[in-house]
Design a protein around this ligand. Structure first.
Ligand code: PLP
Length: 263
């Protein structure tokens, strides 16, 4: 019976406002019935109006958190979110090479909705060269994908080309989230390792309750992978989960409210 519950970890930033980052990840893990843990990379002073301040945790303490979890738990899947800067990306890469935390979902978080940077520019190259080759799945939104591939993504053909280019960096599966595009429809493009691909098309939901959407989506994928669900099914389940969570938004705060993790 020992270690029979699926165990997962998020390696990310804390959102004091509870709607994004580690807090969204842990709420999603709970809702998806897996045991969630966290390795905190940075703290943010944040609410639904935006990020007021951020404070990266010393890298020696990142190492300490990895070592504590590796010494006791049977982690079956993991994700990265806010990684702050190149020094912290390097620390995370080193630890992920040391410990086996199962399939890795990289959510390449760069900027919060209000415009506050959650990653410094000098970290981008390291993410491309060192983190993506370790990743099972990468889940960029369009602005993040543009930074990673270095060109504008305007059409669906651009999305397909960019997904292939991301795969060339070493990641196995790509989920390119189209939610930032204008229009009545949100279209995500999925390119799997075996080169099969498909679109996840959903009607756009008119709401400002979208804080932490990306974190919730990638956490749901992690939870499903830890249960042994195949990659394609995990992605489809996560899409349904995030649709429900956006639809049933929670009304707290005065800005972009969080999604509803128990919808
Ligand atoms: N704050 C932290 C710590 C995050 O990890 C994220 C994740 O993307 C955000 C904020 C983003 O928030 P928003 O969805 O409002 O852009």
């Amino acid at each position: 019976m020992e270690n029979s519950t699926p165990q997962v970890v998020t390696i990310a930033g804390s959102d004091s406002g509870g709607g994004a980052g580690i807090q969204a990840d842990l709420k999603t893990f709970q809702a998806r019935h897996v045991f969630g843990m966290s390795i905190v990379i940075a703290l943010t002073a944040q609410n639904t109006l935006g990020v007021q301040a951020s404070y990266p945790i010393p890298c020696s303490f990142i190492d300490a958190q990895f070592a504590s979890l590796a010494a006791d738990f049977a982690i079956k899947a993991s994700k990265t979110g806010m990684l702050a800067d190149s020094e912290h990306v390097a620390a995370v890469v080193k630890n992920l090479q040391t410990y086996d935390f199962g399939p890795l979902v990289v959510d390449p978080v760069m900027i919060a909705k209000g415009g506050h940077p959650l990653l410094t520019e000098d970290a981008i190259q390291l993410i491309k060269e060192e983190l993506l080759p370790l990743a099972t799945i990468v889940t960029p939104n369009l602005p993040e994908a543009e930074v990673l591939v270095g060109y504008e993504i305007e059409t669906e053909a651009d999305m397909q080309r960019a997904a292939r280019d991301l795969q060339h960096l070493g990641v196995q599966h790509v989920v390119m989230k189209g939610g930032h595009k204008a229009g009545d429809e949100s279209a995500d493009y999925v390119l799997l390792a075996d080169q099969t691909d498909f679109w996840l098309r959903t009607p756009r939901i008119a709401t400002k309750n979208t804080h932490g959407t990306g974190d919730t989506f990638s956490s749901c994928i992690v939870a499903e992978l830890a249960k042994g669900v195949p990659v394609k099914e995990a992605i489809i389940t996560a899409k349904k989960f995030i649709q429900g969570a956006i639809q049933e938004g929670i009304f707290v705060g005065h800005g972009h409210g969080p999604t509803n993790h128990w919808a």
